[in-house]
Design a protein around this ligand. Structure first.
Ligand code: 4AD
Ligand code: MG
Length: 436
């Protein structure tokens, strides 16, 4: 049967083509031969399939093409789809025509054997082709889409903040400074302050964009460039924002479980652990958390920052995320509203992910008094004139408002069960990594 028009099909749709002749376009993942038969594992970015061909099916040219190609050569194969329970993915392709598009000029650096992390990171542009990395990128995409769907379906408007900013939002120690026509400009540490402008204009908004922190820390959780989702809502208090975060996280986890079961299998992530992520998440105050930490042998006092190890001790007590709330105001950013019942405390919260994955969300209620905010800006060593536009939100119809920021890469690391954020983003930027 000659069907020169055998349509191009992506492997993710192969189940719709059983018994039909199609064309696959991809790269050679692996191959082997056994006597008069050639086996080609072809990957096309959406899946991998075993293709089988005898000399009578694909001729001498077909055999020669296959024999000339090494791993990651590009090729197209025409053939007939055949359901086969034993085949990985449930289907095989019986080849009728093979064509090499470009032979790999060198041996592909990333073979199925074990490689060290530094080598893989240096070859990140190629490492991304591996099954595991492809699965992680698909789950990342699913998380992004789920977050957007959650907010879009709940009346929020996407609001894009600038990347070049004139002032610090999250402290001056992690600012990336650039030269902006002779003036200093800073890469955005957070879209929040602009998001607050959006909330006053549109009621409920979310920002979703890259953010930058000149983090000197080499940890498993820190990138210098990461993506953050920051909803901001007018007429909302701290606990309203906490519930919003809880609902969003549950929505996202559900979506990953429902649509990315295959990818979770590829990366050997136990879905049963994620099934437990249900509301309500426990809520524990900073003050109570300090007591828990002391009981667990941490040398920590009220007023100290809660670091990574401490976060792990707290989150290990639960099988779902936990809210840590009412931190000492001194530990938090200038914009946090102080608790009217105890001004030493800030009306803010963090969400700690389970399994020691650390803080994935930081948020809370914003200072809405003009005078308080002016004082706070001064106390933090910032210049009031830099924030004149931000202060205008308190001048013209100030309202209680709140929001939070979710770190996308930490969320991907948590849901995928990855020990390090470096595999959660196509090209991670870290203190000692700018290439590739
Ligand atoms: O806690 P952060 O610094 O909060 C803010 O930026 C607020 N403006 C958010 C808001 O209320 N709108 O950052 C929020 C989240 C953290 O919980 C963490 O998940 C992530 O952003 N994050 C990082 N992720 C990777 N690398 C880094 N260096 C990160 N710093 C923060
Ligand atoms: Mg934080």
């Amino acid at each position: 049967m000659v069907t020169p028009s055998a349509p191009h099909v992506y492997l993710q749709d192969i189940a719709n083509w059983d018994g039909k002749e199609i064309t696959l376009k991809g790269w050679l993942y692996n191959k082997r031969s056994s006597g008069k038969i050639r086996f080609v594992m072809l990957r096309d970015g959406t899946g991998v399939i075993q293709c089988v061909g005898s000399i009578k099916d694909i001729g001498d040219e077909g055999f020669a093409a296959i024999d000339s190609m090494s791993q990651e050569s590009s090729l197209t194969i025409r053939g007939t789809v055949r359901a086969d329970e034993r085949a990985p993915g449930g289907f095989e392709l019986i080849m009728s025509h093979v064509e090499c598009v470009a032979t790999a000029l060198d041996e592909f650096p990333i073979s199925p054997k074990e490689h060290g992390t530094a080598f893989l990171m240096d070859n990140r542009h190629l490492w991304l082709r591996s099954k595991r990395q492809v699965a992680i990128m698909r789950i990342r995409h699913c998380i992004v889409k789920a977050i957007r769907d959650f907010f879009d379906e709940n009346g929020f408007t996407l609001f894009d903040p600038p990347i070049f900013t004139n002032a610090a939002c999250e402290g001056t120690s992690t600012l990336f400074e650039t030269d902006y026509f002779g003036e200093p400009a800073y890469l955005s540490q957070s879209g929040q302050l602009y998001g607050e402008c959006g909330a006053m204009a549109l009621g409920r908004i979310y920002t979703f964009g890259p953010t930058f922190r000149a983090e000197k820390s080499k940890t498993r959780r820190h990138l210098t460039e990461f993506w953050m989702i920051e909803p901001e809502v007018a007429y909302m208090d701290m606990w309203g924002a906490a519930e919003l975060a809880e609902d969003m996280i549950c929505f996202v986890v559900r979506r990953v479980l429902e649509t990315r079961a295959e990818e979770l299998k590829v990366i050997e992530r136990d879905a049963a652990i994620l099934e437990k992520i249900q509301k309500p998440f426990p809520r524990i105050s900073y003050t109570d958390a300090i007591e828990v930490l002391k009981k667990n042998g941490h040398e920590i006092n009220w007023g100290d920052d809660i670091g990574g190890d401490e976060e792990t001790t707290i989150s290990n007590q639960y099988d779902r995320p936990v809210f840590l709330h009412h931190f000492p105001a001194e530990l938090k950013a200038f914009y946090m509203k102080h608790d009217p019942e105890n001004p030493k405390l800030a009306l803010g919260f963090d969400v700690l992910a389970p399994e020691g994955k650390g803080e994935v969300v930081g948020g809370g209620q914003r200072e809405d008094s003009y005078e308080e905010l002016v004082a706070r800006i001064g106390e933090h060593g910032l210049k009031v004139e830099d924030f004149s536009w931000y202060l205008d939100l308190r001048k013209y119809g100030s309202v209680p408002h709140a929001g939070f920021g979710l770190g996308l890469e930490r969320t991907v690391a948590w849901l995928c069960g990855l020990p390090h954020v470096r595999e959660t983003i196509p090209f991670p930027r870290m203190i000692s990594r700018l290439k590739p």
